[in-house]
Design a protein around this ligand. Structure first.
Ligand SMILES: Nc1ncnc2c1ncn2[C@@H]1O[C@H](COP(=O)(O)OP(=O)(O)O)[C@@H](O)[C@H]1O
Ligand SMILES: N[C@@H](CCOP(=O)(O)O)C(=O)O
Length: 315
């Protein structure tokens, strides 16, 4: 989050009447996250998270809910969406689509070492493998078309050098043919704050960037947050550990190794553009923790200037 749409105890109690989850004990707004309004919801039957969807298109919610439900029942530690008494995963609260999912235990590891990265790589591969049998799909709303469109929208707010960098990277990305790479459902945002480590290992949250896309791109999104230094450079030891963990379940193809630097650049560009959006076009929020867009720009520049090191991290 954030909390864009306030929810009172009375609102939550009224919503709970549509579920078999007991009575409300505690409702707390969550400051983390940036896309939706999130609340910890404790009832007489357990601990849950209530999400009010602020920007996710309503027609896409069945895909996300179904994906979490599929993964949660296929040995992936992730939130399980709760069914309402009418059988639906999604209802409505204060004018927004709303869902309740189980709350995972644990905390994020914000200073991960190579072991954390290895474990995370394995979790990502396990999700990719488990998603193969999920029979729904969703185009990536933050793909090439969005990157090019958003570059035009943001242009007046950015310096000439920033606009030139974005335009040149968009041209570079458009030159690459994704169809040669394995594709399926990706998480799309497996940042450190989206893995909670508890007694059962790492649990994954925040599936609202999930879509059909290149699997290697998902690994690159993950590497760009888990395997980078404070100076916005890739840490080869952690990147190798992430890939090694991933390859315990899904070995990379030669073509994927070759295109690893391209995907790292694409992932850095996506995050940079997303953060430009959060910073230059903020939504009215009651609680939000800002994101560092300058870091993402520096990471993209690093990736452009260090192609050989990036390639070696996947060798
Ligand atoms: N199922 C869950 N279990 C435990 N904590 C959660 C869960 N879902 C969300 N959270 C908490 O809420 C925060 C924001 O959730 P997130 O999904 O990242 O937000 P957004 O939807 O805005 O991207 C997380 O960083 C985490 O602290
Ligand atoms: N992880 C992305 C964007 C989404 O943020 P989240 O906190 O809602 O997961 C970023 O850090 O820019």
């Amino acid at each position: 989050m954030s909390v864009y749409t306030p929810v009172t105890d009375a609102d939550a109690s009224a919503l709970l009447e549509h579920y078999t989850l007991g009575e409300l004990e505690l409702l707390e707004g969550i400051a983390q996250g940036i896309e939706n309004s999130n609340f910890f919801l404790t009832t007489t039957t357990g601990r849950y998270v209530l999400t009010l969807f602020e920007s996710v298109p309503r027609e896409d919610l069945p895909f996300y809910m179904g994906l979490m439900d599929h993964l949660a029942t296929h040995d992936i530690l992730c939130p399980a969406p709760m069914k309402r008494d009418d059988g639906a995963f999604v209802g409505e609260l204060n004018g927004k689509a709303a869902a309740i999912v189980t709350r995972l235990e644990g905390e994020p590891h914000m200073h991960p070492d190579a072991d954390d990265c290895r474990a995370t790589g394995r979790i990502l591969a396990a999700m990719h493998v488990a998603s193969i049998e999920y029979d729904a799909g969703l185009a990536n709303a933050k793909g090439q078309e969005w990157r090019e469109h958003f570059a035009q929208v943001a242009a007046p707010r950015l310096s000439r050098a920033e606009n030139d960098l974005i335009a040149s990277e968009n041209r570079y990305q458009a030159m690459h043919d994704d169809s040669v790479l394995p594709q399926s459902i990706i998480h799309g945002d497996l940042f450190r704050d989206n893995v909670l480590w508890g007694e059962q290992g790492g649990g994954v949250i925040d599936f609202y960037f999930a879509c059909d896309d290149v699997l290697l791109y998902d690994l690159a999104i993950t590497a760009n947050d888990w395997c980078v230094t404070r100076e916005a450079a890739l840490d080869p030891a952690r990147a190798k550990a992430l890939i090694a963990g991933y390859e315990t379940l899904r070995p990379l193809t030669e073509l994927e190794r070759e295109l690893w630097p391209v995907m790292l650049r694409r992932a850095a560009l996506r995050t940079w553009l997303g953060r430009i959006g959060y910073n230059h076009f903020p939504r009215d929020s009651h609680m939000t923790i800002p994101k560092d867009h300058e870091f993402s720009r520096r990471l993209l520049v690093h990736h452009i200037e260090h192609a050989r090191e990036l390639q070696e991290s996947a060798a």
